[in-house]
Design a binder for this molecule. Structure first.
Ligand SMILES: Cc1ncc(COP(=O)(O)O)c(C=O)c1O
Length: 487
């Protein structure tokens, strides 16, 4: 008989994870109600005596109704495939509504939306994308960006954007939703609120998408709203959205074997937030304020994203800031964000995201009391002696989105189909100006920089090479970036 070997995944989860201060997703509410024995209670749809997820019956219907009421929506559905799955469902619904429909999407949209658009062959135009190079952050679209696009494309089926952004910048959704509904009553305002499942539960946080008048939003419950990995919610307004079509898209997509344990965690997390969210988020907000104050004191050369002057300058795009996120710029130091992140891991600290010159930390619910002091000490140690002489700064990386058109040369769906027949690989720099037949991004944040069907821009190539050189993780067929497939 073969000897049973030990699973490395089980080992890492049991032995390693809890040794780190985790300023990264998932943000788990420690006090949420828990399934007593995850293994003993794992069941399938065959045990249908307590209802069915896709029929919205039994305990699942009850949980959905609670989530909708708690989040200020008319209807809600759960996802066990995060916001990636929810985005897929929402885009599928739009494609079923009008196969030739056009959607307006912000350039900072997550790859799950780009991929769904590609799969369902929807037509689309990008909304302009203001970019702040110092924080390597795309800003949400302004009201003017959206209305100008709607004036050009009044037939648009939907306006889709991310809010809050990865860095925690919330769009001016109340104004955007009001303007869209007035100009193009058929157009749905769809907010990718993957990063905003907690917003509704604390008065100092920016308004949630539902509160702001959006028609649909998707949330990752596991990111900032307390649930286990993979969990998510989609919410909508029944008078604006065809519920039957959305439910159909959900049934088409959702696995027939959802983990009820994960669904239980998503339900329990919403209930914990509804009951104690204000207090728990208040503590996380206070802890974030302590972190930022300590960083300003100990490391005065860091740039802070929530600096009042900066926020005033981007006020047309940004309606508020998530107060449990911390993004700092490192241009006064001679070390990349990626190297800082790695040095922190060696000191028992995991952060959410690094960039060429930035790092982002999330104040998760599960952080230990001593996390702030130990993290500031560790960062001070990593940055010791790395500050640039005089008042100099490293040049900021260029804007990787600068050269992108608002529409593809050919639809990404067609580019994908042609990639295998007439696509061919060329050296990355030789690809500039040609039409890409594959997608390339840095992860995180997961926003594609080279998109199928679009001309490859020199800005994107320069940025990718710089990101890779400084230690960023490239998601592509050829992660070495030696070649790119073009048409
Ligand atoms: C804006 C945005 N949307 C969607 C997603 C996908 O979320 P999930 O990991 O829950 O599938 C992410 C993930 O980082 C994201 O940043």
């Amino acid at each position: 008989m073969a000897v049973m070997t030990s699973s490395p995944i089980v080992r890492v989860l049991n032995e390693d994870v809890r040794r780190y201060h985790r300023w990264c997703t998932p943000s788990i509410l420690p006090g949420q109600e828990r399934v007593e024995d995850f293994y003993a209670s794992d069941v399938s749809i065959s045990a249908g005596f307590f209802g069915t997820l896709v029929d919205h019956t039994g305990v699942f219907g009850e949980a959905e109704r609670f989530a909708a009421a708690a989040q200020g929506a008319d209807r809600s559905m759960f996802s066990v495939h995060g916001s990636s799955g929810s985005n897929w469902v929402v885009l599928r619904m739009l494609a079923m509504e009008r196969q030739d429909g056009l959607v307006l999407i912000a350039r900072n949209i997550h790859h799950s939306i780009v991929n769904a658009i590609k799969a369902f062959n929807l037509d689309f135009r990008f909304l302009p994308a203001p970019y702040d190079a110092r924080f390597e952050a795309l800003l949400p679209p302004s009201v003017e960006d959206v209305t100008a696009a709607l004036d050009r494309y009044p037939e648009a089926l939907a306006v889709i954007y991310t809010s809050p952004t990865y860095e925690g910048l919330a769009a001016r959704t109340p104004e955007i939703a009001a303007a869209v509904h007035e100009r193009a009553p058929q157009a749905l305002v769809i907010v990718d609120e993957a990063w905003g499942g907690h917003l509704h539960f604390h008065p100092d946080l920016p308004a949630s998408a539902m509160e702001g008048g959006a028609d649909i939003c998707v949330q990752s419950t596991h990111k900032l709203a307390g649930g286990l990995q993979q969990t998510g919610l989609m919410h909508w307004r029944t008078e604006r959205v065809d519920s039957e079509l959305l439910e159909e898209a959900y049934r088409e997509y959702v696995t027939t074997s959802p983990s009820y344990g994960l669904l239980a965690s998503a339900d329990a997390a919403v209930r914990a937030l509804a009951a104690e969210g204000e207090q728990l988020l208040g503590e996380a907000i206070d802890r974030t304020a302590r972190l930022k104050a300590a960083l300003r004191r100990r490391l005065p050369d860091l740039d802070h994203l929530d600096d009042g002057r900066w926020l005033d300058a981007v006020g047309r795009h940004v309606g508020g800031c998530d107060l449990v996120k911390t993004t700092v710029g490192l241009s006064r130091y001679d070390i990349s964000g990626y190297d800082v992140a790695e040095a922190l891991v060696q000191r028992g600290i995991v952060i959410e995201k690094a960039g060429v010159q930035t790092i982002t930390l999330i104040t998760t619910f599960q952080l230990a009391d001593e996390a702030v002091e130990e993290t500031v000490d560790a960062l001070a140690e990593v940055l010791e002696g790395r500050v640039l002489e005089g008042n100099t700064r490293r040049p900021t990386p260029g804007n990787p989105f600068a050269g992108i058109d608002d529409r593809p040369v050919i639809r990404p769906y067609d580019a994908k189909r042609l990639a295998k027949s007439i696509g061919h690989e060329v050296a990355l720099r030789d690809a500039i100006g040609k039409v890409a037949a594959e997608e390339v991004e840095v992860y995180p944040p997961g926003i594609p920089l080279i998109l199928e069907g679009f001309r490859v821009s020199a800005d994107a190539v320069d940025y990718l090479l710089e990101a890779r050189e400084s230690g960023g993780s490239i998601v592509a067929r050829d992660t070495s970036l030696a070649t790119l497939r073009v048409l």
